[in-house]
Design a protein around this ligand. Structure first.
Ligand SMILES: Cc1ncc(COP(=O)(O)O)c(C=O)c1O
Length: 360
């Protein structure tokens, strides 16, 4: 007899996981917006050292990492939430804030996990189309904020479209959202965004907007995707308390905590990697434009391009895969006929451009 599941299981979309992790080393992995740089040796050593003590549970208060982030961003440790990837905090936010009758507003296409929040909680999802340049349309989003709204998700830069809006526009938006509505500014890629400036700029908004939460990750710029470390800088401690309340304790393992603390000690190298990524991104964008395709102005470590109307997206993605290049099909991210391509090493990017020319 088939198992009988909760109703919500039938509503929750299945996350479009990337494939290809079993294909071996000679594949350009450009499908998941990971860093193409391996973690620094000191970061790996810190993780390995932590393994020697794993007969004990990890520090449930994540004290050293919380302190390191508090020092870096100048905000109280009690306003910092940590999670097993920033996804963990995002899903906990849905659980803590949403329920049937409530609404969550976000742009679409945006990060593929957002629809999960409404589906899991029974809340209503209000998806607001991006503008013609594939950017957030903040005015239209604001118009969708009602008495039922509990949560607004802004993805800046936006995954999958790579576009960012300036912080002046975000501040203006926040000033017009009622203070009881939580606004999560998902900044998984903020370190790569020239439109945002530096990583401290949005932190300043927290002092003005206690309902604001900045969601960030060690998975991208710090190259720790395989360890899963995310954090949230919160305008007030109540968000942190609520997301901790709905999750299991010890959600961040000991190796992940240790590696993240060490990663924060090497900001100069992180900065060099950002500069290299931005330079490679420029070349990738130029290459795609030279191929005659429309590509969004990227502010992230990936690009978003539209295929010619005559091309079949599935065939293009399969053709790239046969040539050893993995990218994400737009159909799996909310827009048929587009591709999301992570900025890789110079040779990976060249390989992608050559394969794309070949396939098209
Ligand atoms: C916009 C955005 N937010 C959050 C995440 C989650 O990252 P993680 O859970 O690895 O911290 C991702 C991952 O791709 C993302 O693209």
């Amino acid at each position: 007899m088939a198992l009988e599941f909760a109703q919500r299981i039938h509503r929750i979309p299945v996350y479009p996981v990337a494939s290809g992790y079993d294909l071996g080393a000679n594949v350009a992995m450009l499908a998941s917006n990971e860093s193409c740089f391996a973690p620094l040796p000191a970061v790996v050593e810190a993780g390995v050292r932590a393994l020697a003590g794993v007969n004990r549970y990890p520090d449930p208060s994540y004290a050293p990492l919380r302190r390191a982030l508090a020092d870096r961003y100048g905000i109280a440790a009690e306003r910092i939430a940590l999670g097993n990837g920033s996804c963990d905090i995002l899903l906990a936010a849905g659980e803590a804030l949403l329920e049937p009758g409530a609404e969550v507003v976000y742009a679409w296409p945006a990060f593929s996990v957002y629809p999960h929040l409404a589906a899991a909680s029974g809340a209503r999802a209000i998806e607001v189309e991006l503008d013609a340049e594939d950017r957030h349309d903040l005015d239209r989003m604001l118009a969708e904020v009602t008495v039922a709204t509990r949560l607004v998700l802004l993805c800046n830069p936006n995954n999958p479209t790579s576009t960012a809006v300036g912080l002046d526009q975000i501040a203006d938006f926040l000033a017009r959202v009622p203070r009881h509505v939580c606004v999560i500014l998902d900044e998984a890629y903020c370190e790569f965004a020239l439109a945002i400036g530096d990583t401290y700029a949005s932190v300043e908004l927290l002092a003005r907007f206690p309902n604001l939460v900045l969601l960030r990750t060690f998975s991208k710029v710090y190259g720790l995707a395989g360890l899963r470390v995310g954090y949230a800088l919160c305008g007030s401690p109540e968000f942190r308390v609520a997301v901790d309340q709905v999750r299991q304790p010890f959600c961040l393992n000991a190796a992940a905590q240790a590696a993240a603390v060490e990663a924060l000690r090497h900001q100069d190298e992180v900065e060099r990697r950002v500069v290299a990524t931005i330079a490679n991104r420029g070349e990738l964008l130029d290459g795609v434009r030279e191929a005659g395709l429309w590509v969004a102005d990227s502010d992230a470590n990936f690009i978003w391009l539209w295929l010619p109307a005559s091309a079949d997206e599935r065939e293009v993605v399969d053709g790239l895969r046969e040539r050893g290049v993995l990218v994400r099909a737009g159909a799996s991210l909310g827009r048929v006929g587009a591709l999301r391509v992570t900025v890789g090493t110079e040779s990976e990017n060249d390989r992608f451009l050559a394969a794309l020319a070949d396939v098209l």
